[in-house]
Design a protein around this ligand. Structure first.
Ligand SMILES: *Cc1c(COP(=O)(O)O)cnc(C)c1O
Length: 497
């Protein structure tokens, strides 16, 4: 990134702008702050790190990309990563670890039982989240598997705000049902509201009244709301859901993959929270829950790892059996000692405000640039990703022709950029009727890995999308040539219509 040399200002402004600064031209006639990102004028506050190690990437010629995508059955999950130029498939496990994390790995102790690395992880969990009990797992879905094995039985109902796909998969695998109680605001992609990830208390109450508390092993809040666009949930909302659950005798769990990004949004957007530290907000968030599952591959910035965190001993004991059965002994679970070390360090680093400001600011930079160019995206930008709105990108295409999947393919063909479909394919078929269940939002997610790409990489992504937008009337729909029964978006194959 070019370093600005003249007239830098760091404006004290509202949450919308305060992590950008503007380089003023010396000519006083054009000495106005540019509030939106233009490459030559407005910069984000500098990242609180410098780069120590690099990995080369390469853009293959267009004909190569065409051949590779065809061989992949038009599913970017089947494309080799080396054939991808900018990989925005996921922010899961794709972050760059710090020198602190790499060096803590060197003190990893691989004892089967009672490893000091486990004790350091347990301490970090307690420091950051306040939970007294922790079971390490190999990733987030493994924590879900352990928790659900202990608590969910067939016919149960798990209400929540837009359950993540693996969460829903684990619930439905047990013949239980995930019921979405997200606020309606979440489903209007054009609406710019601060907390579109919130739980709708009226919807939650209706579900509880209809099914009865005995059918509901727990209520689940996902922070940030990943399936809803990385949108945050307010502290006020979490507190209200907690009060509701307490009054009804229901347990409350948090799917905490992006707990730190959620806390950053609370600090920036929720009145009364602006002077608190991220750690204080994180601690209060978790104080309302009976436990949490966490994919540490997100906000704890490790390449592999997960946590199941619990408040009461009885649930911990019930889960322990399944942890030993599925993951490993209690003091390592699905992880090696060195992994637990990196994870412990990552919990502290991931909750540093400067880091979060740089990270979320970069996502916003891409989102605002696209929005200003007239590209339909989900607004406002989420914490970890920008979502192209395929329904407005391709308004004439039926959802049964998988417009978001078609755009995902075209993005790879256009510029070697890999995004991912969050639409009709991901939503799977209804387990009862066997029919597609086209979701309200049909999206292409462009997920930004942590500390990996520069702003210049993201400007290339912006340019690629603009080129695709200009030829959007040429984009065709898709049909399956192979469709697996569950979690189909990972391994389905398609052909162009
Ligand atoms: C990633 C994720 C999971 C699953 O975690 P894995 O580590 O991928 O198994 C669960 N919930 C949310 C919200 C996630 O983002």
């Amino acid at each position: 990134m070019l370093l600005p040399t003249v007239g830098c200002t760091f404006p004290q402004a509202t949450y919308q702008e305060d992590w950008f600064y503007t380089v003023h031209k010396q000519d006083s006639r054009i000495n106005e702050p540019r509030t939106r990102l233009l490459m030559n004028h407005t910069y984000r506050a500098p990242e609180p790190f410098k780069i120590k190690m690099v990995e080369p990437i390469r853009l293959l010629p267009r004909e190569e990309r065409e051949r590779i995508l065809a061989e992949a059955g038009l599913n970017v999950f089947n494309v080799p990563a080396e054939a991808v130029f900018i990989d925005l498939l996921t922010d899961s496990g794709t972050g760059a670890m710090s020198e602190g994390q790499w060096s803590s790995m060197m003190q990893g102790d691989e004892s089967y039982a009672g490893s000091p690395s486990f004790l350091r992880l347990k301490q970090a969990v307690e420091d950051v989240t306040g939970f007294p009990y922790v079971l390490p797992t190999h990733q987030g879905r493994a924590a879900e598997n352990v928790l659900h094995s202990a608590l969910i039985k067939a016919g149960d109902i798990i209400p929540g705000n837009s359950h993540f796909d693996t969460t829903k998969g684990h619930i439905e695998f047990r013949h239980a049902h995930a019921i979405d109680c997200t606020v309606n605001e979440c489903f209007d992609p054009t609406l710019d509201a601060p907390f579109k990830g919130n739980v709708d208390l009226a919807k939650l109450e209706k579900v509880v009244d209809e099914h009865g508390v005995e059918k509901i092993p727990f209520v689940l809040i996902t922070i940030t709301n990943n399936s809803g666009g990385g949108q945050p949930v307010s502290l006020g909302n979490i507190k209200e859901v907690h009060a509701f659950c307490e009054a009804r005798g229901l347990k409350l769990f948090i799917d905490a993959a992006r707990f730190a990004e959620n806390a950053w949004f609370i600090k920036k957007r929720e009145p009364g929270q602006e002077n608190r530290t991220i750690r204080e907000i994180v601690a209060e968030t978790f104080s309302y829950a009976d436990g949490a599952t966490m994919s540490a591959k997100k906000d704890a910035i490790v390449n592999m790892g997960g946590l199941l965190m619990l408040r009461d001993e009885a649930t911990y004991q019930a889960c322990s059996t399944f942890n030993i059965l599925f993951e490993g002994y209690l003091t390592y679970g699905g992880l090696s000692g060195r992994d637990m070390e990196a994870l412990a360090t990552g919990l502290y680093e991931g909750t540093e405000e400067d880091y979060l400001t740089a990270r979320i600011g970069q996502v916003k930079m891409l989102g605002d640039a696209l929005h200003d160019a007239g590209i339909p995206t989900l607004r406002p930008p989420g914490g970890h990703a920008i979502y192209l709105d395929a329904k407005r990108f391709l308004p004439d295409m039926d959802q049964e022709l998988f417009p978001a999947q078609a755009l995902t393919c075209e993005l790879y063909l256009e510029g070697g950029v890999r995004g991912v479909e969050i639409g009709t394919v991901l939503a799977d078929r209804d387990p009862d009727t066997g029919k597609n269940r086209p979701p309200k939002l049909e999206l292409v997610r462009l997920t930004i890995p942590r500390r990996v790409y520069t702003d210049n990489h993201l400007m290339y992504v912006y340019d690629t999308i603009l080129k695709l937008w200009e030829r959007r009337d040429q984009v065709r729909g898709l049909k399956f040539t192979y469709e697996p029964p569950l979690l189909r978006h990972f391994s389905a194959r398609y052909e162009w219509l």
